[in-house]
Design a binder for this molecule. Structure first.
Ligand code: SF4
Ligand code: SF4
Length: 434
């Protein structure tokens, strides 16, 4: 793609690196075929290629984001499906990350919209506030129909209440801090990301991860001072907040690295994993944190990636068929499309792939709240694709996808590690597993 930056602009190393990415796009349009928003609407402005042109124009002119710039950027799921497809290796993720920050800093959003986005960042990245907001959702739920009629924001308020679980599991030791000792001859020590939303709505996922890792001989540490990994703030263009959260979590893990040592940092929410593995790039310009970020990113492992090389001794076998729903943050961002399905097969499950497996389920952080129409459309499309392989149960690897699909799925759904745990003698994710 031809660009028209001035020498003065290109003296800025950040702008120069973005210009290099823009030039790598040959506008072939292959990416449009696998972009969920383009597949749904067929609008070039709602495609990767359209967004790249838009970002190029904003960067070249240095202009503030106008209304026509904001919506295509906000409509992008950051699913990275376009990056998997692109034959030229265009690093779209850097472009959209930059565009989101630019929109937040220069775009004109109505004050209510700005407040809603700020509130979501605060609520979703704090376990305490998120738990509190679930109490608020319970109180507000009876007024769902009335709230849906609020001009401009009704659909989002309704989506928020719909997605909020009606009941929360009780708090347990998996919220940390603490250490769970290996239950087999010791072979190492790992930290587990406790996380924010997942540890409140589905603590069973971390509990299963701890049991399986302990049984393989790993001490599992839930580091003191660990906070939100910064993923949600980062993906909403709240750069300073996301980076501050990342730095605090890096500090918590570095204390463990420099103390008793860590063999890995295990992450059971693939959305968080994608961000943590990107810490080195996120904090590359920070002279104090860049080396630490590199160290933490190198230690980060998705739970499926971490477990897969090990030998297991399953004690239970299920005759039921699993459909595996691959989260975008695992298949496109972390390039681990096969790890969960291979792990499930390794412990004895029959796993079927689903059609259109590359398309997002519409969860994408808080996208299903901010863009409920597209989020709902993608959920129904994903559930229809899953039903085609006639599974008895669904496996995924990210709590966002799990919550998004469970909302309307008649087929039970769990994280892959919960199935692995059950096969190895742990808790059943739901009744009727045998
Ligand atoms: S596939 Fe890659 S090179 Fe082709 S238009 Fe999309 S981003 Fe550009
Ligand atoms: S990240 Fe996903 S939604 Fe955004 S342009 Fe790429 S494929 Fe489309």
């Amino acid at each position: 793609m031809q660009t028209h930056f001035s020498p003065a602009q290109l003296a800025d190393p950040h702008l120069a690196s973005l210009e290099k990415i823009l030039r790598s796009c040959v506008h072939c349009g292959f990416c449009t075929a696998t972009c969920p928003t383009y597949v749904l609407r067929g609008d070039e402005r709602d495609s990767p290629r359209g967004r790249i042109y838009l970002i190029k124009d904003m960067l070249e002119t240095g202009r503030a984001a106008g209304e026509d710039d904001v919506w295509p950027i906000d409509h992008c799921l950051s699913c990275n499906s376009c990056m998997t497809t692109c034959p030229s290796g265009v690093d779209y993720r850097r472009l959209i990350d930059h565009a989101r920050v630019h929109v937040e800093e220069t775009g004109k959003r109505p004050p209510v919209e700005r407040a809603l986005r700020g509130a979501l960042v605060a609520l979703v990245s704090s376990r305490r506030l998120f738990r509190l907001s679930m109490v608020g959702a319970r109180v507000a739920r009876p007024f769902r129909a009335a709230l849906k009629r609020v001009p401009g924001y009704g659909a989002r308020l309704e989506a928020m209440l719909r997605l909020a679980p009606t009941q929360l599991p009780p708090r347990d030791a998996t919220e940390g801090p603490g250490t769970f000792a290996a239950t087999a001859p010791k072979r190492g020590r790992v930290a587990l990301l406790v996380g924010c939303v997942q540890s409140v709505v589905r603590p069973q996922i971390n509990a299963a991860t701890i049991r399986v890792a302990n049984a393989l001989g790993y001490d599992v540490v839930l580091a003191k001072g660990e906070e939100c990994c910064g993923s949600l703030a980062h993906h909403m263009g709240h750069e300073a907040t996301g980076h501050a959260q990342a730095r605090r979590t890096i500090d918590a893990w570095m204390a463990e690295v420099e103390g008793a040592g860590l063999d890995a940092i295990v992450i059971s929410a693939s959305g968080c994993g994608a961000t943590i593995k990107d810490y080195a790039a996120m904090l590359a310009d920070d002279p104090v944190y860049a080396p630490k970020a590199q160290k933490i990113a190198a230690l980060a492992k998705d739970v499926n990636e971490f477990l897969l090389p090990h030998d297991f001794a399953p004690v239970r076998k299920s005759k039921k068929v699993i459909a595996y729903q691959s989260p975008c943050s695992l298949q496109h961002a972390q390039r681990l499309a096969d790890a969960p399905r291979n792990l499930l097969r390794k412990v004895g499950f029959a796993v079927r792939d689903i059609p259109e497996g590359h398309l997002c389920c519409g969860s994408a952080g808080v996208y299903n709240i901010l863009q409920p129409e597209t989020g709902d459309g993608l959920r129904m499309r994903k559930l229809a694709a899953i039903s085609k392989v006639k599974p008895d149960m669904i496996a995924t690897a990210n709590v966002g996808c799990l919550t998004q699909l469970a909302l309307e799925s008649k087929i039970p759904i769990a994280h892959a590690v919960e199935y692995v745990d059950w096969a190895c003698g742990g808790a059943a994710p739901f009744e009727g597993m045998g």
